[in-house]
Design a protein around this ligand. Structure first.
Ligand code: MTE
Ligand code: MO
Length: 175
């Protein structure tokens, strides 16, 4: 609990040396549109944001501070598509509507609380979508894959909600 909030990970923490880290954006036709190294990501117009986060197991943490880049910046020039899958090093996936991560509502972050994001919390780089349940915020983010149709990810295939809005308590697919 180095960051003062619980670690929730399926399986072992993948080891991703920062110098080997890559983020790819894949267009809906399957072609890799863009690739960034960590240094290239950090050279983009970064933002600091303070926000609350909500885990589906009913903990929340208020006023967490992150540093990263809005997903909008990463999708610039990429043909738009209504859905995307966030894929992580180590096989975790989660699906999102593109509208939930653009418009300044989703970030790709490398900093937490003024320091580099630690490996157990998703370092070098994770997704941060604070208005949805935290399982949507994939740690060790490797690819954002745009899609014409919604493809359920790891928890969504296991019966969790496809969108996961904590204010509507969208925990399970029956909610
Ligand atoms: N790659 C990956 N990302 C993940 C998870 C995971 O198991 N693997 N767990 C999710 C869940 S359920 C939660 S609550 C948060 C936990 O983030 P934390 O460990 O930084 O608290 O990460 C989310 N992102
Ligand atoms: Mo979670």
């Amino acid at each position: 609990m180095a960051h003062g909030f619980p670690v929730l990970t399926v399986g072992p923490t993948p080891v991703v040396p920062p110098e080997q880290y890559r983020l790819k954006v894949v267009a809906a036709d399957g072609t890799t549109a863009r690739t960034w190294t960590l240094a290239e990501l950090k050279a983009l117009p970064a933002q600091r944001l303070t926000t609350d986060i909500h885990c589906v197991t009913r903990w929340s943490k208020l006023d967490t501070t992150w540093e990263g880049v809005p997903v909008d910046v990463l999708l610039e020039g990429v043909p738009p598509a209504p859905f995307l899958t966030a894929e992580a090093y180590g096989d975790y996936t989660t699906n999102l509507a593109t509208d939930d991560v653009v418009g300044g509502r989703g970030w790709v972050v490398w900093g937490y609380d003024g320091a580099p994001l630690t490996p157990e919390h998703g370092g070098p780089v994770r997704l941060l979508v604070p208005h949805l349940y935290f399982w949507k915020s994939a740690k060790w983010l490797s690819r954002l894959v745009l899609r014409e149709r919604d493809h359920p990810g790891f928890w969504e295939r296991a019966g969790y909600h496809h969108r996961g809005d904590p204010w509507r308590e969208q925990r399970y697919d029956t909610d």
